[in-house]
Unconditional design. Sequence first.
Length: 179
Amino acid sequence: MTQVITVNLPDALYKQLERAAELSRQPPETIVAQSLAYSLPPLLEDIPAEYQADVYPLLQMSDADLQREARRVFSPDRWAEYEALLNRKKSESLTAEEQARLNALRREADVLTFRKGYAAVLLKRRGYRLPALRETVRSSGPLTDLSRIVSSSLPVNSVDVEVYMDKHGYEQVDGCLGF
């Protein structure tokens, strides 16, 4: 099913649209539909409801703020604590305090992952080239970027960010995540 919409375009933009349609041998309507499909941000409904409020502010961010967001990292100390608690949980029961801390760290990692991923998607849709993983990994120190969080063995009930990433333009290149 398709919908009809009327849009008033400045003459210069309409001429550009006509020329693009002529060069691509497609009707102007197809060019407009493709442009909208590419330029509209992914819907927040694609993100689990519990994380939407954390991600929503990114829609209002400038390009520079989105770039900063996409480069944020999960602190090495928090990551080490998270992995230690996760490993301990595999071999023994956690205290209520430890389980609460693990849940808080998991949520923090999930929020960071969704924010970084959504920032990257928005930047890509705004025309930015985003680096592949191999271009961003430091040669020393813990790997604390998006791929580390995603590729770790996430606990049961943790968000499946790989499904979200696949749906929104991430790709595997030589075993590395890219945009």
